[in-house]
Design a protein around this ligand. Structure first.
Ligand SMILES: NC(=O)c1ccc[n+]([C@@H]2O[C@H](COP(=O)([O-])OP(=O)(O)OC[C@H]3O[C@@H](n4cnc5c(N)ncnc54)[C@H](OP(=O)(O)O)[C@@H]3O)[C@@H](O)[C@H]2O)c1
Length: 367
């Protein structure tokens, strides 16, 4: 049995991704288990890690990509009593998930119901969890609260729209004009950020709703003061990503948007931190970081991911999967992400036969 995984030995474009094989399976130590991985992430955040643009993580090479994973336990280390061989589990890994086998700490794993398709479970671990905790842990959204989602057609944005629909939160989604149908298909009002009257449309919606109770900003395309002006008096802005900053550097033809993007991340990050520590504004704007939240509140992570599995089982949510990829095709997935050609989620399927062609392996939103 060999381990196959997606390794990078240098930071850079999609071409740095290498499919490597290890002849020996990793052995779990005390407090660890080994997981036979079924599915793992192919998301914007993996691309940031590949380019060494991830703002809050000191990365060491070589590394295996993959921010999350779902799979079955196939070896149990000394001292682990909570898990047994064959248990199905999910974990947030930051790196390492894009592998057929992975050793991880037993304590952070979350039990996954056996009946669910792995390619539907995987988007819940990072993308849906981010949206769920931003909406309900950070912003404390309640039934009927209007929500504005900036970056609505991406992995996190579509998850947030799906959750708004499931929980009765009227949503406005902002993305490029070509994404109108996917945003409105989830019941949201759509605004195109690349339309000439986008700001006027958002001003009108802000007035109609008397300000948004919740704003999730996954794009950081507009000035913070502009976004904050759209909040209701008791509303909260949850900043969580920087897609627009990367996109504009990339589209400007900068082959290495690293410096620009890093400066933008640092500026925004410090500004948001500063704003959130101002007296009277601490509840108004927060920066959400899934890894930090799980470290500080591991019980929330367990409870919230279990709640998401329950919503999936009850068919109250339906992750939209644009395409499922095999290991050999992962660099193509990263190219789509860099080009902004993703509408929903790309998922890595680690159960596809080696050397096989997964290119016809698509799964619709209700697959
Ligand atoms: N803080 C956390 O814990 C956490 C967790 C997960 C993800 N993230 C971050 O959140 C961000 C979004 O992640 P993702 O996976 O959803 O990315 P994604 O799939 O690439 O989606 C990006 C979204 O941003 C939109 N966008 C691009 N430029 C925009 C602009 N100028 N104005 C408004 N929207 C714009 C895109 O719309 P079009 O495609 O239509 O242009 C798309 O809807 C990333 O920065 C990611 O690293 C953070």
């Amino acid at each position: 049995m060999v381990v196959k995984r997606l390794e990078i030995r240098a930071f850079g474009g999609p071409e740095v991704i290498q499919l490597v094989e290890d002849v020996a399976l990793p052995v779990p130590g005390p407090g660890e288990v080994r997981v036979r991985v079924e599915a793992s992430s192919l998301v914007f955040t993996d691309m940031l890690i590949r380019r060494n643009l991830y703002p809050v993580l000191k990365l060491r090479l070589p590394l295996t990509l993959g921010y999350d994973m779902v799979g079955f336990i196939d070896a149990v280390g000394p001292g682990v009593t909570r898990w047994q061989l064959g248990d199905r589990v999910a974990d947030l890994t930051q790196v390492g998930g894009n592998a057929t086998h992975l050793v991880c700490r037993a304590a952070t794993l979350v039990a996954v119901p056996q009946g669910l398709a792995a390619t539907q479970v995987e988007p819940l671990i990072l993308s849906y969890m981010t949206a769920y905790q931003a909406l309900f842990r950070e912003a404390e959204a309640k039934l009927g609260d209007p929500v504005l989602i900036l970056g609505a057609s991406g992995a996190v944005g579509l998850a947030a729209l799906d959750l708004c629909r499931a929980f009765g939160l009227p949503a406005v989604g902002v993305a490029s004009a070509q994404r109108e149908s996917v945003v409105t298909s989830l019941g949201a009002t759509f605004v195109a950020y690349d339309a000439g009257d986008a700001a006027a449309q958002l001003d009108r919606l802000t007035r109609d709703f008397k300000g948004f109770k919740v704003i999730l900003d996954a794009a950081r395309g507009e000035a913070l003061s502009t976004v904050m002006a759209r909040l209701a008096p008791d509303g909260r802005l949850v900043a969580l990503g920087f897609s627009a900053a990367f996109r504009s550097a990339h589209q400007a033809g900068d082959a290495s948007p690293r410096l620009f993007a890093r400066l933008r991340f640092a500026f925004d990050f410090l500004r948001i931190k500063g704003l959130s520590s101002w007296p009277g504004s601490s509840r108004r704007v927060v920066f959400y970081d899934i890894w930090d939240r799980r470290t500080r509140h591991p019980e929330w992570f367990q409870d919230d991911l279990s709640a998401l599995f329950g919503l999936l089982e009850a068919r109250r949510i339906a992750p939209r999967i644009q395409r499922v990829f095999g290991l050999e095709e992962a660099a193509d997935a990263h190219r789509l992400i860099e080009a902004g050609q993703v509408e929903g989620r790309l998922v890595l399927d680690l159960t596809l036969p080696s050397g096989g062609d997964a290119s016809g392996h698509h799964a619709g939103a209700d697959a």
